[in-house]
Design a protein around this ligand. Structure first.
Ligand SMILES: *[C@@H]1O[C@H](CO)[C@@H](O)[C@H](O)[C@H]1NC(C)=O
Ligand SMILES: *[C@@H]1O[C@H](CO)[C@@H](O)[C@H](O)[C@H]1NC(C)=O
Ligand SMILES: *[C@@H]1O[C@H](CO)[C@@H](O)[C@H](O)[C@H]1NC(C)=O
Length: 491
């Protein structure tokens, strides 16, 4: 597989006021449910040893298999299961908040890839327990469920413990979004105590492409939910960590990251940098003409290949960790993603006792792999990455859904230079106001955590000294970032 297609990423948040929505009729949102639904039975009554199947009349093709799963965080209620969408089955972990589950917001988390499992986010980065060595899970004090209910989903089908019958596959973000929108709708219908709760969609890396499309699908789906008398999803924000939202600015930024002191001192030698600098205008012109201005698959693919060889490959030959330029890659990237800890997570998820505790479908017999190369390849073949998603972010902002774009400064692959550029270039009603803001420092425990600018619901923030997996490198700062975001405070 082309190396660049591995973005081992995570996610983000959004917010709007329901009362401002034209379709929001006077009265409380409870109106939607009258007569239609009996409140869900208490989920904590579910069995730990077998699945309970939940069905919903508005989604005749869907059901949920869910079980209580008292692992990882004994201080909260946790559940694992599948949302079944006909022959497609999406696996999820759900943890209630450590603070006030009956009031706290709900976060949706997905890793990137495309094709990587959200178990990476859970067990390596921001989950209630982490598997950082062969001893298995350890309580994680800086978990993002400190003040929020959170779920981690393996998506699209074919990733992690998610699967499909009859060989169905997903190879584009738009296709994946349909399953996610169904997933979220069913989730809230059957976890009914969370209905109407502020909902934040977050992810990392390739989720910079996923999340804006998923959130837009969920926003638009609300019309259908309301028509059917259901409670709309209270989509409040998106949060994207080290995302690939705009391949175009990101491609150009590979020069800045490797050849200038944008982050750390230049990495590559002068002659390599001269060659990159010369290739850059041709790469940009070609990408713009064949991927952006008009989309021509053959030309766009050729441009992507040219840019990959000239601007990315020199970095990979350096042996540096593409997710953290302050380090060398440990192990082969295709095996460890440069982080041997990923192997501990896989062996943990291969333990038969863990699989049965989680309720992994018995049809899944193969060893766990952090990232599915089949899924990655399918997305690559469709050049899915070459469809930028910043306009979805603008569309969400215009509808009151907030966006947090946070970036660890040591990441190369989805770096802060490219991310800052697209946030400034974004065309939306807040563009001028956002552009006028200077970068200022944000502080955690009296120390500079990074820089940020914010206006009209859009926030761009860096986390100094963190790589691609921000919560892995900087757990305290990243939890502080999320807590302040959830509580609508300034960073
Ligand atoms: C799931 O939703 C359906 C339809 O509202 C309802 O009949 C069922 O009781 C719900 N089950 C749970 C456990 O929420
Ligand atoms: C959506 O969430 C916000 C933030 O918690 C809350 O103020 C608002 O009432 C919620 N809207 C609905 C319709 O429940
Ligand atoms: C699965 O993992 C085990 C333990 O690491 C190994 O012995 C076995 O060969 C693996 N199976 C496959 C099909 O790769």
């Amino acid at each position: 597989m082309h190396l660049r297609s591995i973005y081992a990423g995570l996610l983000a948040l959004a917010s709007y006021t329901w009362a401002q929505q034209e379709y929001f009729a006077p009265g409380s949102h409870q109106d939607y449910n009258e007569g239609l639904f009996t409140p869900a039975e208490d989920l904590s009554a579910l069995s730990e040893v077998q699945f309970t199947t939940l069905k919903h009349p508005s989604f005749p093709r869907h059901s949920i298999r869910i079980k209580k799963s008292s692992f990882c965080d004994s201080s909260v209620k946790s559940y694992t299961g599948y949302i079944d969408i006909e022959a497609r089955h999406l696996f999820f972990y759900f943890f209630e908040s450590r603070s006030d589950p009956d009031k706290d917001d709900v976060i949706f988390w997905t890793n990137g890839g495309p094709g990587c499992s959200s178990s990476l986010g859970l067990f390596m980065e921001l989950g209630p327990c982490r598997v950082l060595d062969s001893d298995g899970p350890q309580f994680h004090p800086e978990s993002w469920n400190s003040n929020a209910n959170i779920f981690f989903i393996d998506q699209p089908i074919g990733v992690g413990f998610s699967y499909a019958e009859y060989g169905e596959t997903v190879g584009t973000t738009e296709e994946a979004a349909k399953d996610i929108a169904s997933f979220v709708a069913i989730f809230f219908e059957n976890f009914s105590k969370f209905k109407g709760r502020a909902f934040h969609m977050a992810g990392e890396s390739y989720a910079g492409r996923y999340i804006p499309v998923f959130a837009a699908e969920i926003y638009d789906q609300n019309v259908k939910l309301i028509d059917e008398g259901l409670t709309p999803i209270n989509l409040t924000s998106i949060m994207i960590g080290n995302g690939i939202t705009d391949f175009y600015t990101m491609t150009a930024s590979y020069y800045d990251m490797a050849c200038t002191p944008a982050s750390l001192p230049p990495i590559l030698d002068i002659s390599t940098c001269m060659r990159m600098k010369q290739a850059l205008p041709r790469c940009q012109k070609w990408l713009k003409e064949s991927c952006i201005d008009t989309y021509d698959a053959i030309n766009c693919g050729a441009a992507a290949q040219f840019c990959g060889i000239e601007l990315s490959d020199p970095f990979f030959y350096s042996g540096k960790n593409p997710y953290d330029i302050s380090k060398d890659c440990e192990g082969a990237i295709s095996d460890t993603l440069c982080y041997p800890v990923t192997k501990h997570i896989s062996s943990y998820l291969d333990r038969p006792s863990v699989r049965s505790q989680l309720g992994v479908d018995p049809s899944i017999t193969s060893n766990f792999s952090s990232c599915s190369s089949e899924v990655g390849q399918a997305f690559w073949q469709n050049l899915d990455e070459y469809r930028p998603t910043y306009n979805y972010v603008a569309a969400l902002l215009e509808r009151g859904v907030k966006a947090l774009i946070y970036v660890g400064t040591y990441d190369w692959i989805c770096n802060f230079v490219g991310n800052e550029q697209w946030t400034l270039a974004l065309e939306w009603s807040g563009q001028e106001e956002f552009g006028k803001q200077g970068l200022r420092e944000w502080i955690v425990n009296g120390k500079t955590a990074g820089t940020m600018r914010s206006a009209k619901g859009l926030t761009f923030a860096t986390i100094q000294g963190a790589g691609h997996m921000v919560p892995y490198d900087k757990p305290k700062e990243s939890l502080e970032l999320v807590n302040r975001w959830l509580s609508n405070k300034d960073l």
